[in-house]
Ligand binder design. Structure first.
Ligand code: ZN
Length: 201
């Protein structure tokens, strides 16, 4: 499966001039929600990810996603793994398990995101699950921005990566972009202005 062309076809891999969440500028942008717009494509991607996890021999009881971004990917991954699907969400800025979801002692849990950048939200979700007695057996994401090393890749984690080194990260592909600090952005120098796709209506 060629993940990059699948993202392109879905309109999820944009080319132009963008402001990333880090405030850096880039010529590419991943609009992850677009790739999950088609439930059949979402199912296909999640199955591929589930196969990697199953092949590794890791046992999973539950997939937990940080809301909102991870929820659809987490739900589809849970379906493909025949696991339970839950999510954590922010309340007044703090990640919490709500809505009656419960965690059993030592329950084997995967934290799933649509995209892992530095892994900040995934780590917050992981902290919540651990504080409730759950065990984090892996992290998973459809797309990896290349800051954290994923299973099967020779590319080591960069210092920005917040995920622990002793828990595996499964992802379908690395999407590494050229990034520029705004003051030294060649696209800005050419006179174009950057847009922030995430915040457009
Ligand atoms: Zn720029």
């Amino acid at each position: 499966m060629n993940i990059e062309s699948l993202y392109k076809e879905a309109g999820a891999l944009l080319e132009g001039h963008f402001i990333l969440s880090s405030q850096n500028h880039s010529n590419r942008y991943l609009q992850s929600a677009k790739v999950l717009e088609d439930p059949k494509r979402a199912e296909l991607l999640a199955k591929e990810l589930a196969n990697m996890i199953i092949a590794s021999g890791i046992e999973v009881d539950t997939v937990c996603a940080p809301a909102l971004g991870g929820v659809l990917a987490g739900y589809e991954l849970a379906r493909a793994l025949n696991a339970r699907s839950i999510f954590v969400e922010r309340k007044e800025g703090k990640m919490e398990l709500r809505r009656g979801f419960e965690i059993a002692q030592n329950e084997k849990i995967i934290i799933c995101e649509d995209i892992i950048t530095t892994g900040g939200s995934a780590m917050e979700a992981s902290d919540v699950i651990r504080s409730l007695g759950g065990q984090i057996v892996a992290f998973a994401a459809l797309a990896n921005r290349g800051f954290c090393q994923r299973e099967g890749s020779g590319q080591p984690s960069k210092r920005e990566c917040k995920l622990p080194h002793d828990v595996p990260l499964f992802a379908l592909a690395d999407f590494e972009f050229d990034m520029y600090v705004p003051d030294a952005c060649p696209l800005c120098a050419q006179g174009s202005s950057a847009i922030k796709p995430g915040s457009r209506g």
